[in-house]
Design a protein around this ligand. Structure first.
Ligand SMILES: C[S@@+](CC[C@H](N)C(=O)[O-])C[C@H]1O[C@@H](n2cnc3c(N)ncnc32)[C@H](O)[C@@H]1O
Length: 257
């Protein structure tokens, strides 16, 4: 038990220092502390654990996928908690995903809600961290295979997120749910964040992956610096629902007041 508490405090402190080094203001670091602290609360742990039944059901379902990596499944209890509370009551889910890779998160979203219509944007060429790996060549083929049962509800856009944004006819708010998991270079994350937020309906949910991911040598090149800057810039237009390895936000209004 003491070892568990020690590890918890230790990792929370290390992550907080990382967030600060990425240029986040103290308000974000403090908020991260508060969100981590929720794990000490029995009711919060219960609310997350109650979604383990969906996680386990999905684990069985996803056995049939042709995948090389799983960066997603552990996030399911948190996704379900957010979607159930903020989106389920509204029925249809008009969704956008930036970065689909082999289709695991897209497959989950369509499996979880049969009211989901999803646009998947990806170059299917991999990101910086995938360069030179042997699985990159077959990513798109795997994606097509994995989401085949949901093809009537999934549309593919092959290209960078920027080329997708340029192709969108109207920049009006149209999505209930957006998942940002494409390029993890902070400039790209910032562009994805700003434009996706424009495309998100008021009341809609946006999730960022890899808030705590340390890949680039310079701290400010990592997603954390872009996500923190975005949260600070748009703080009067959003609510932070979850701040951990992933960040969940809800758009609360369209303009700063
Ligand atoms: C971490 S993977 C996505 C994982 C996926 N969401 C899942 O949970 O299985 C990142 C993906 O983003 C794609 N990507 C990288 N840069 C991109 C860009 N500028 N625009 C669109 N997609 C990009 C890569 O090809 C890769 O498939």
């Amino acid at each position: 038990m003491i070892k568990k508490i020690f590890n918890f405090v230790n990792s929370t402190l290390a992550e907080s220092f990382f967030i600060k080094r990425c240029g986040a203001p103290l308000s974000i670091v403090f908020l991260y502390f508060l969100h981590r602290g929720r794990f000490l609360c029995k009711d919060y742990r219960f609310a997350v654990k109650k979604n383990y039944s969906i996680l386990n059901k999905y684990r069985k379902e996803s056995n049939k996928l042709d995948v090389t990596h799983d960066w997603f499944t552990h996030c399911i209890p948190y996704w379900v908690k957010t979607i159930e509370k903020y989106l389920k009551p509204y029925g249809n889910l008009n969704a956008l995903e930036i970065g689909s890779f082999e289709g695991r998160s897209a497959h989950f979203l369509c499996w979880y809600s049969d009211k989901t219509n999803l646009i998947c944007v990806d170059t299917w060429q991999g990101s910086d961290e995938h360069k030179g790996t042997d699985y990159v060549v077959a990513i798109e083929k795997r994606f097509d295979y994995n989401v085949r049962e949901f093809r009537s509800r999934i549309k593919k856009f092959k290209g960078t997120s920027i080329s997708y944004f340029l192709s969108v006819e109207s920049q009006k708010s149209q999505y209930d749910f957006i998942y940002i998991d494409g390029s993890h270079q902070s400039d790209d994350v910032m562009i994805d964040a700003i434009i996706c937020f424009k495309l998100l309906k008021v009341g809609g949910i946006m999730i960022f992956d890899d808030f705590l991911w340390k890949y680039y040598e310079y701290h400010k090149d990592n997603p954390c610096s872009a996500i923190s800057a975005f949260l600070t810039l748009k703080k009067s237009e959003l609510r932070i629902i979850h701040l951990g390895c992933q960040v969940h936000i809800q758009k609360t209004n369209n303009f700063c007041v």
